[in-house]
Write a protein that binds this ligand. Sequence first.
Ligand code: PLP
Length: 363
Amino acid sequence: MSFEQLETPVPLVDVDVMARNLDTMQAYADQHQLQLRPHTKTHKSVHVGREQMRRGAAGLTCATPHEATVMQQASDDLLVAYPLVGHAKLDRLFSVRDDVALRVQLDNAEAIDQLYAAAVRHDRAVAVTVEFDAGMHRVGVPSLDDAIALAHMVRANPPLEFSGIAFYPGHIREPVTSQDASLERLRHKVSEAVQAFTEAGLPPAIVSGGSTPTMWRSHEITGITEIRPGTYVYNDRTTAEIGACKWDDCAFTVLATVVSTSVKGQAVIDAGTKSLGREPIRGASGEGWGALLDRPEVIVARMSEEHGMLDLTATDWRPRVGELVRVVPNHVCIVTHLNDVIFGVFHPCASVVFSRSADPRVV
Ligand SMILES: Cc1ncc(COP(=O)(O)O)c(C=O)c1O
């Protein structure tokens, strides 16, 4: 198939760029002897999960039990990095095949009680990492004493198994070159946690953290053993804007058609909020809801549900109605979630240096 045969708007993944992103991250983890456990909420694809495992990932991370039931086709070692509460969620978690090692990341006693009851009900061991708040103030126990108390509670309740500690540095979103102070605070916080748990007789075998904005500096966090970046597989406009990837590392785009040029200084595409989501650029300068892959200076300035208004004031380019464009979304995870099918873009000649101007085939 060619792009012209697709009904737009439609999500595309450049398979070569994705493969390079996967290779680079695995090489980084190997170089620093970190276990890589990619977060699959970004791609939600068994195929991509298998590609991550094939390259050496230690296992996969999921946000929901439903994702775990899907990702069991890709890995036999799954972490649900979310405090699971409620019978329905827990029963779904334990519906995962018996030979899959399960771990849950949680931060409160009620979640431990419920996980314990479900583990007993299903007669199945489950590992637990206790999450502490490293500065994001979302989930995670604020006090290390309370986190240690939770770890003791886990340990006292087999078939739950205490396997370590976890954090998510989602508050660090500033450009990579401005992260020094935040990373220093994080380093301090994690060292403090490892020391406190060790002194309490609970040396954490696993210290799990990591994110895409901090991905290349994870090894600076002393004591960390495992990283869980998700967005890196495709990257997005936010990741490029903060300098955690280059523009050419953005593998995911939404193919859209120019449908109107009636208003001066603008072109309208058939991709709006229902195709691109509505996530602002976070932690970076820049406006709009996405930018064109081949012309990053052209942004989606405004949107309604099925309309995206391209701002043409920064370009001489004057598209004609019917022209195809590829939009890099601000936050790719949301856009994946809006789609059941994503098309892979393959390039005809693998030996040619990757070029955007090559005539790609789509399958
Ligand atoms: C608990 C947890 N771990 C890891 C990740 C992956 O981080 P990123 O989206 O920065 O790749 C997320 C993302 O939301 C998360 O919530």
